[in-house]
Design a protein around this ligand. Structure first.
Ligand code: AGP
Length: 608
């Protein structure tokens, strides 16, 4: 969940590496470092802290070289410190290595290497790799890397440079994303495409087991038996401008405000109102195949898991297929049942979340067809799924997922409509849903007009020690999502709960200091939510109600009301979540939190 980068070419690598690390910082940001190869051998600068601090360090102690590597860290083994920051060296200091992933047999290998005389200076699992390569036989760096990796258990995306092999970067991947950026007489390696975009849009996605040798003359990809591999060159769909903050103070706010366009992009070219269905060519699922589906399993993590619960509602409602929604981290270690007619859906913004990827692989191994609902084009989940739906929501940089969530819901509605129509959903119902989906971007834009009201509420509740979010039916997962947003960026403890569940315990938490956000649009469970809100009010809870426009009858229970445009109940989560995103955002800003880089988190969780 770190970000790694490498550059080899005719330019000074250091400014290229520092800029790329700034673009990768959403992957981990507790320490950073760079190393270059030059006439003086391998030179390294690293520290605990942000890339901005590393820039200052390099300004004070400059280094130069046309071949180098860099790293921004999310610590797994060894606390964030200068010593544990990457790049790591071997005993001689003539080799430097950066790594994203976890070496699971590091302790064992380390003990063996220490007995053989190697001196370790860090608490990291990664340093083991540097000493393993130093210890390995082979005339070339790539030969030594291949030999070393044969003794490794775990996951890695790594890049290494060595004095003995000037002008060369050797990179390898297993389990963590890695790609090559193909430039004009220069090449980069990076954890994701954002880092290479300032230099090229041509990338080569490496597969698990690939080892790449990159020099100024070009790149070669080998497998773990040193056999040459062919890898396609792809074009990155988005440009630098979409990566820029523009006039926004934070990427999170930019991405919240982009939702009319991102939802539009998810729907574009996929709605067939006349046929009352959706066109989803990437699914590779024929209507006949859809008709044979007997069971659907959704696997995901975090916000994507919340989208999965909404997905269950819409798929069961429109297609009549029983759906289970699984935490990928739990599902991957359960014994997947070999049930015929099972379709598995892996939902992931990044397409690189390790638990979701492994759950996908477990489902495939159990004979299930797997669909990926993914935002990042060319990501591992997208490439390993049998078919899928790209969100086309554009890059999501803010660690707290926002626009990807609403696009995931739009994609799940398209998917449910497609499945439903293939399984007998009447044309009239399909048309009605397709028409309403077509109006969604405007409804989202109107919902964003609530921002000034939300900002006032944020002022009022920014110092609350806790918060409770309640919802029912299709809006229960919205309550979960609202609570997660507040937790992850403002560090206020918050819980999302099915409103009816509240009286089985959490109601004990309620008093006049507890803000209670109730997601209560006008739908079939609305009357029930009202009773739950009265139970909260009776205990002095401070109710913020998110309800439908034109619904005037909450004055007697809710202290504050935020009204979203009226729409079909199946679409309501896409609107009701927006004021909750804004509330978390403005509370976090009010508390002076680093909204885009919340503590202890990272955008793409590529380790277990
Ligand atoms: C959400 O704001 C978090 N960043 C996190 O829960 C995220 O949803 C989770 O890590 C899953 O990520 P994915 O969608 O990229 O797989």
């Amino acid at each position: 969940m770190c970000g790694i980068v490498g550059y080899v070419g005719s330019r000074d690598a250091v400014p290229v590496l520092l800029d790329a690390l700034s673009g990768l910082e959403y992957r981990g940001y507790d320490s950073a470092g760079v190393a270059v190869l030059n006439g003086r051998g391998v030179e390294t600068r690293k520290l605990a802290g942000r890339v901005a601090a590393l820039r200052d360090l390099v300004r004070r102690a400059p280094l130069h070289g046309s071949c180098g590597i860099g790293h921004t860290r999310w610590a797994t083994h060894g606390a964030p410190s200068e010593r544990n920051a990457h790049p790591h060296a071997d005993c001689t200091g003539a080799l430097a290595l950066v790594h994203n992933g976890i070496i699971e047999n590091a302790d064992l290998v380390r003990a063996r290497l220490e007995r053989a005389g190697h001196r370790f200076v860090t608490e990291t699992d990664t340093e083991t790799l540097a000493h393993l390569i130093e210890d390995a036989p082979g005339a070339t760096l790539e030969a030594r890397v291949i030999a070393a990796l044969a003794r490794v258990e775990g996951t890695y995306g790594l890049a290494v440079i060595a004095e003995a092999d000037p002008g060369k970067i050797v990179a390898a991947r297993r389990g963590s994303p890695l790609l090559i950026g193909v430039g004009q007489g220069e090449y980069l390696v990076a954890s994701d495409a954002n880092a290479v975009l300032p230099h090229t849009r041509s990338v080569v996605y490496l597969d698990d087991g690939d080892i790449a040798v990159v020099t100024q003359q070009g790149y070669r990809v080998f497998d773990s038996d040193a056999r040459l591999q062919q890898r396609a060159v792809d074009d990155v769909a988005w440009d630098l401008e979409t990566l820029a903050l523009g006039h926004y103070p934070h990427f999170m706010l930019k991405e919240i405000c982009e939702q009319p366009q991102s939802v539009q992009s998810t729907l574009r070219g996929r709605l067939l109102p006349a046929q009352g269905t959706a066109r989803l060519d990437g699914l590779n699922l024929s209507p006949a195949r859809c008709a044979r589906v007997q069971r659907l399993v959704i696997v995901a993590c975090g916000t994507s898991w919340h989208a999965g619960i909404v997905g269950r509602h819409v798929i069961e409602e429109l297609a009549g297929i029983p759906v289970s929604v699984e935490y990928a981290s739990e599902y991957r270690y359960r014994k997947p049942l070999r049930l015929p007619g099972t379709l598995t859906v892996a939902i992931s913004q990044s397409g690189e979340t390790a638990d979701t990827l492994e759950a996908l692989r477990a489902a495939k191994a159990a004979g299930s067809t797997v669909i990926g609902i993914v935002n990042v084009v060319g990501s591992t989940i997208a490439r390993e799924a049998d078919g899928g739906i790209y969100l086309h929501a554009g890059p999501e940089i803010g660690v707290a997922s926002t626009k990807a969530f609403t696009s995931q819901l739009a994609a799940l509605l398209l998917f449910a409509l497609f499945l439903g129509r293939a399984r007998g959903l009447p044309l009239r119902e399909g048309r009605r849903l397709a028409e309403q989906l077509g109006e969604l971007p405007d409804l989202v834009a109107r919902t964003l007009e609530l921002e000034p009201e939300v900002r006032v509420l944020a002022e009022r509740y920014a110092d609350a020690p806790n918060a409770l979010y309640l919802g029912r039916g299709i809006n229960f997962p919205v309550a979960l999502e609202g609570a997660l947003k507040l937790k992850e960026i403002s560090y206020i403890h918050a819980e999302g709960y099915p409103a009816a569940e509240m009286k089985h315990g959490p109601i004990a938490l309620i008093d006049e200091n507890m803000p209670v956000v109730c997601v209560a649009p006008k739908d079939e469970v609305y009357p029930k939510v009202i009773s739950n809100m009265q139970e909260v009010k009776a205990r002095g809870g401070r109710i913020i109600a998110v309800t439908s426009e034109g619904n005037g009858d909450l004055r007697h229970v809710a202290e504050h009301q935020l009204r979203v445009p009226a729409c079909l109940p199946l679409l309501s989560p896409i609107l009701t979540v927006i004021p909750l995103q804004l509330l978390a955002y403005h509370i976090a800003v009010r508390r002076g939190c680093d909204v885009d880089r919340p503590r202890n988190l990272a955008k793409s969780v590529t380790v277990e």
